[in-house]
Each structure stands twice: as C-alpha cells, then as structure tokens.
Design a protein around this ligand. Sequence first.
Ligand SMILES: CC(C)(COP(=O)(O)OP(=O)(O)OC[C@H]1O[C@@H](n2cnc3c(N)ncnc32)[C@H](O)[C@@H]1O)[C@@H](O)C(=O)NCCC(=O)NCCS
Ligand SMILES: Nc1ncnc2c1ncn2[C@@H]1O[C@H](COP(=O)(O)OP(=O)(O)OP(=O)(O)O)[C@@H](O)[C@H]1O
Length: 204
Amino acid sequence: MFIVGLTGGIGSGKSAAAARFRHHGVKVVDADQAARTVVEPGQPALTAIAEHFGKGVILPQGGLDRAALRKLVFDNPAERRWLEELTHPLIRKEIISSLKTSFETHSAPYAILESPLLLETNQSELVQRICVVDIPEEVQLARASTRDTSSIDQIRKIMDAQMPRVERCARADDILDNSGSLESLHAQVDALHQQYLQQAVPRQ
Ligand SMILES: CC(C)(COP(=O)(O)OP(=O)(O)OC[C@H]1O[C@@H](n2cnc3c(N)ncnc32)[C@H](O)[C@@H]1O)[C@@H](O)C(=O)NCCC(=O)NCCS
Ligand SMILES: Nc1ncnc2c1ncn2[C@@H]1O[C@H](COP(=O)(O)OP(=O)(O)OP(=O)(O)O)[C@@H](O)[C@H]1O
C-alpha cells in the first residue's frame, strides 16, 4: 500500500489540497473525521470525556460540544494531553481501518492520509511519504480565523500546540506552497499526483 501523509498546521490548506487529490480519483482518509467518529454518541470515549470534563462539554442532544472542549483543552496543555491520550490510539485504529477499506474498495494506486498531527503522533509510521502544505504563519492565522468561529488568540494557541513550521518543513519529502492562489495550489497538486503515480508503481 502506497500512502502519502498530507499534513500542515491549522488553516494551511490541507482540505483544499485533499480536494484536488480527490478530483484525480485518489481516496483521502481524514484524521479529523476519524477524530469525530471516535467521540460520537454511544462511543466509550464520549462517556470518558463527560466524566472527566463534566456535563458542560455535552450538548442537550447528547453529542460533544466541540467548541466548549476546544476552549478547555487549548487553554490548558495538561487537559489537552489527557484528551490526546484518550483519543489518539482510537483515532489511529479508525485511520487504519479506513485505509484498509479504501484499498479494498478503491482501485487508485495510492491513498492520502490527511492529518494535522501526522508528525506529532505515530501516524507518520503509516505513510511512505510526507507532503507538507506550507504557508507563512501570518497567512495561516488570517485564513484560519476567517474560516473558524475561533478568535485569533485561540488559533494562536492551537498553532502553539502544533509542530513549528521550520521543523515540519524539515521533515517533508514534498512541500506544497499554499501562500498563493488556489489555482497555484492545484497546479502543484497535479504535478505531485503524477509523481505519486510513478512512485506507487511496485518495483519489478
Ligand atoms: C478539541 C476538539 C474537540 C475541538 O473540535 P473542533 O471541531 O473545534 O476542531 P477540529 O476537531 O475540527 O480540529 C480543528 C483543527 O484543530 C487542530 N487540532 C485539533 N486537535 C489538536 C491537538 N490535539 N493538538 C493540536 N492541534 C489540534 C487541527 O489543526 C485541526 O485540524 C477536537 O479538535 C479534538 O477532539 N481534538 C483531540 C483529538 C485530536 O488530536 N485531533 C486531531 C486529529 S488527530
Ligand atoms: N490558496 C488559497 N487562497 C485563499 N484561501 C485559501 C487558499 N487555500 C485555502 N484557503 C482557505 O483557507 C481556509 C483554510 O483552508 P483549509 O480548510 O483547506 O485548511 P486546513 O489545513 O484543512 O485546515 P484545518 O487544519 O483547520 O482543517 C479555508 O477557508 C480555505 O477556503
């Protein structure tokens, strides 16, 4: 299985890049989606979160109040680590299961694992190649806060919980520069897709 890890900080453009890979028929497994699945109502992790953080993080309908939990964990690194210790092993299992399904049901020669914490966790062991979506921090802050309901201050706290830009780029096999237009990002993805098709061909 040839799997490319697609990573980058919050608001860097991973989803935008992933959409372009999907346009080429590549299956994308999304770690943020896996993170949502493991805390759905009825899942043991949601019960554990409610017990630890209290009823204030549960919505009236029984689902997770993500905005409330986001505030709690990014204001308090110890609480964030508690949540990660609970969820990251479950997220990893969910990712592995989705990757297996995608190779069983999809004929594309490679798959993408899109994850904001690919390099911060052992998820990087699941991929053969690392592709980083890179933008300057001020652009990242502007794009993420325009899109999210989070304040600049909260986005900054989330960025502080992630790998520094220089370190992330140093770990990359390939870099997508998303400081320009979406058209420019698409052109770079199109070129990488051709490269990955070549790399995914099993050697004789
Ligand atoms: C705190 C939670 C409930 C906030 O949910 P919310 O819907 O507001 O955000 P969402 O999950 O869409 O994440 C948005 C972005 O925040 C960043 N982020 C999320 N969790 C983390 C974390 N533990 N460390 C650093 N950055 C993170 C990522 O860039 C992510 O793309 C949620 O992010 C969560 O459960 N995080 C812990 C699990 C995790 O680490 N997920 C990241 C994917 S492995
Ligand atoms: N090249 C671009 N030019 C202008 N806006 C962009 C560009 N690329 C992405 N955006 C916008 O920036 C925001 C963040 O992009 P995107 O959602 O793809 O990032 P992400 O890395 O997936 O973020 P997250 O980690 O929070 O899920 C979105 O509103 C998106 O439409």
